[in-house]
Design a protein around this ligand. Sequence first.
Ligand code: SF4
Length: 299
Amino acid sequence: MSGLPEPQLRLLSLGAGVQSTVLALMACSGELPALDGAIFADTGWEPAAVYDQIERLHAEFDRAGIAFWQVTKGNLRADTLDPMHRFVSVPYFTRNVDGSAGMGRRQCTSEYKLSPINRKVRELLGAKPPEFRRVPKGRVAEQWIGFSTDEIHRVNDRRENAYTTKRYPLLELGMTRKDCQRWLRGVGWGHTTKSACVGCPFHGNAQWRDLRDNRPEEWADAVDFDRRIRKGGASAEPLRGEAFLHRSRVPLDLAPIDRVTRHEWADRQLDIFDELAEYGDSDGCSPYGCRSGTSAVTT
Ligand code: SF4
């Protein structure tokens, strides 16, 4: 980027979902230029599949000589339910006393992901302990972010601080999320799933069904959490209305998660085409983002 000092470090912000896994593996194989390290912010409430993925990626980084750091601000689930903990703002779907619908502010991402990552970046750039607040002048890290071309609306080129410059290698490569999934299948990482907290209100019905049908312990955990946040969570001032994890504003175990949305149908049809593209027609002759969701908007 012109006018800015050359970065001293190249760092990947690793969520361990589809897109950032592609960037990690491309860096490990040398398909992308030398990466100095990857940082994963652990909310303490990721699904087991994400922790497995992190373990596998850590081994790949070790093999490639790329540093890996796992940072954390605490356990999002436990902190939300701890009356002694400072209020944690999660984007719940709310129903106000007058019956109108609303949504909580999404501060969990910034508090449990962005802030510990930035602290680590400042530390790596030479900020002094114990707070690692001030980065020596002129020291900058290039931060890789795994947005794919279908997520271009999430790109924000505003500089949030003087010590990082953002880079979006998947945009430079022109890769969509589907391209990333295809690429992962091609290198034996087709199992990679979205990364998000077990009880993230941004889950779509497909993710809730996956939890219910394939990961019963995580489903039970989310259902239990959903019951406990009805008044906003123990660390919140009790809500006058009610809060829910599911967008229907119905308790999660009763929510209509079997209804397939138009978006999910579109996604399924694309998947069918992808299967054909990958394996050919079985009848004969015939080849990522929290991201974790959109910004919280009060409705
Ligand atoms: S995944 Fe969902 S619950 Fe977890 S930090 Fe992100 S927005 Fe918050």
